[in-house]
Design a protein around this ligand. Structure first.
Ligand code: SAM
Length: 325
């Protein structure tokens, strides 16, 4: 079939994740942005360049776009990019992953621009621990951001919590309880060994053990059927709750067989797999006035290099803040 992107394993790729910036206004302990240099501004793709890449990929079967970063809301006028992507008839879903700190300013603008849904990262409900995990005193802004998203009706709101043994593990029940009265999908994500490895060894904890802690407190969880919203998460519910719980076993069980994703980094590289450092330079083609077919050829070439599955303990040199999650 001509108008589809298909990878080396025959998987159809219809979901593009775009990192719009490598900058972030938090410095999370597992991301550690302060230890790296930012990419110079002129190396970052402009909105026009991003849009051109999305337009070409949309004609080849991309239907869903997620904007991420760094922190996507620190990039000026991000809602204008959402608005332009939303004009592409082939794209039926635009989502954004944010740390929520600037969301009270942006929730309305994003809704107006056509955002479908938001993923908000929140690892703790304790303002002091928030500072410990993120390096910044911004818990209140995140909470206000979540409220603003709720008021705009951007439901269900997915809240992503990276499970950190001995850091936020004592709060698992409290975090899960947020799904009882709110239409939140509380998603517990296994920490991936990206960046400093001793941090990973110390704080790694399985999603399965998180599920057990929640079941001990709230009783057996009920399987929730939330496809296609769930992505790689296994979805459950606390009985009679409004929202849902998701468990993302990024490390203990692979979901590569169903991978439908391709990534575009903020400096214009195609990254076929989250946990493999292979990169393919799209920016040079975009800036040298390459034709659409040349760009599609590079994307197909990158997809042919996509492995069937990533390593269980990948040796990823790129930090998550550059990849976007
Ligand atoms: N700034 C945005 C945010 O905070 O959501 C988007 C970028 S952030 C890199 C995307 C997601 O990746 C966040 O939910 C973050 O918690 C998660 N993340 C970062 N490093 C991770 C790691 N080593 N293992 C698992 N998740 C990670």
């Amino acid at each position: 079939m001509k108008n589809r992107l298909i990878d080396s394993q025959g998987r159809v790729v219809n979901y593009l994740r775009i990192s719009v910036t490598d900058r972030c206004n938090l410095n999370c302990c597992y991301c550690n942005t302060s230890k790296r240099e930012f990419i110079p501004h002129d190396e970052i793709l402009s909105y026009e360049e991003i849009l051109k890449a999305v337009e070409i990929m949309a004609k080849k079967g991309i239907k869903k776009v997620r904007l991420t970063g760094g922190e996507p809301l620190v990039r000026k006028d991000i809602d204008l990019l959402v608005k332009e992507i939303n004009k592409l008839e082939q794209i039926n879903e635009i989502t954004l992953t944010t740390n929520g700190t600037l969301l009270s300013e942006y929730a309305g603008k994003l809704k107006k621009a056509g955002i479908s849904r938001l993923n908000i990262s929140l690892d703790t409900l304790n303002p002091d621990k928030f500072i410990k995990i993120t390096g910044k005193d911004k818990f209140k802004s995140v909470f206000e951001g979540i409220k603003a998203a709720q008021e705009e009706g951007l439901n269900p709101i997915k809240i992503n919590t990276v499970i950190l043994n001995e850091m936020n593990s004592p709060e698992i029940e409290e975090l899960a309880e947020l799904s009882v009265k709110n239409d939140f999908h509380m998603r517990f994500i296994e920490l991936m060994p990206i960046g400093e490895n001793d941090f990973f060894q110390k704080h790694q904890m399985s999603a399965e053990s998180v599920k057990k802690i929640i079941e001990n407190r709230f009783g057996a969880l009920v399987k929730a059927d939330s496809k296609p919203l769930a992505g790689p998460a296994s979805m459950y519910k606390i009985r009679n709750s409004k929202g849902q719980l998701g468990f993302i076993n990024a490390m203990t069980s692979h979901f590569c067989a169903g991978c439908n994703r391709i990534r575009l980094t903020s400096d214009g590289k195609i990254r076929p797999c989250l946990l493999e450092d292979d990169l393919f330079d799209l920016k040079t083609l975009l800036r040298n006035g390459a034709g659409d077919q040349e760009i599609v050829d590079l994307i197909n070439f990158a997809l042919m290099k996509k492995a069937s599955a990533h390593e269980i303990m990948p040796d990823v040199k790129t930090q998550m803040v550059s990849i976007g999650g």
